[in-house]
Design a binder for this molecule. Structure first.
Ligand code: HEM
Length: 184
């Protein structure tokens, strides 16, 4: 094989983190006024990147089971804090996986049958899930000292923070406009 199973694990891990980041960014952008013209495209990218993230993270977990260098069994992957290798960072990955899984399942499979405000609350669990996946990658990472990888984490983290700030400011502004228009 061209690359070892341990390298496949890291490749799938980075891909999963990349896709989830893209999905979160495009999800946060959906309400922004200057991209309203491309609403459908943004929605498709948001949804497909989420699914690609889920598929690649399952690949990440499957290769961990096949790998013999630092063997994981199914229980260690699925039960937080049961892994012998890097117990805390591994647990953060497992919890992030469950949160992403719940958000994607509730959106694509159960959304029509679910109460909308409950769905929305569940959907915002994606933010702690994303933070946990970033902490998992940074803490467990063989590659966390690689300049390129650090730039990747800083750019993705900074991007999400920036969009969250812009979104919050524009929401506050909208609320301000509504209450001043009510006062007139
Ligand atoms: C949403 C879920 C997950 C994401 C986004 C994710 C992401 C990542 C990333 C980006 C890396 C590369 C770190 C590096 O090489 O510097 C990585 C490595 C790793 N992950 Fe995950 N992961 C997730 C779930 C899991 C789960 C559930 C486990 C198992 C309990 C796990 C175990 C590992 C291990 C053992 C490594 C190898 C670390 C190394 O190269 O030293 N991950 N993961």
């Amino acid at each position: 094989m061209l690359i070892s199973t341990w390298e496949w694990i890291r490749l799938f891990g980075f891909l999963a983190y990349f896709y989830f980041t893209i999905s979160v960014i495009f999800g946060l952008l959906r309400k922004s006024s200057f991209v309203k013209a491309h609403k459908n495209l943004i929605y498709h990218i948001h949804q497909n990147a989420g699914w690609l993230g889920l598929v690649t993270v399952i690949g990440h977990m499957l290769v961990l089971i096949i790998d013999h260098y630092e063997p994981f069994n199914l229980g260690e992957i699925l039960i937080p804090f049961s892994a012998e290798y890097e117990s805390l960072p591994s647990a953060l990955g497992t919890i992030a996986f469950y949160l992403f899984l719940m958000v994607i399942m509730s959106s694509d499979l159960w959304m029509r049958t679910m109460n909308r405000s409950l769905w929305k609350k569940l959907h915002f669990l994606v933010l702690p899930a994303w933070v946990l996946s970033l902490a998992h990658g940074v803490l467990i990472g063989t590659d966390s000292e690689n300049t390129f990888v650090i730039m990747f984490y800083v750019a993705s983290g900074g991007g999400i923070l920036l969009i969250l700030m812009v979104r919050t400011i524009s929401q506050l502004k909208n609320k301000g406009n509504i209450s001043t228009s009510h006062n007139h």
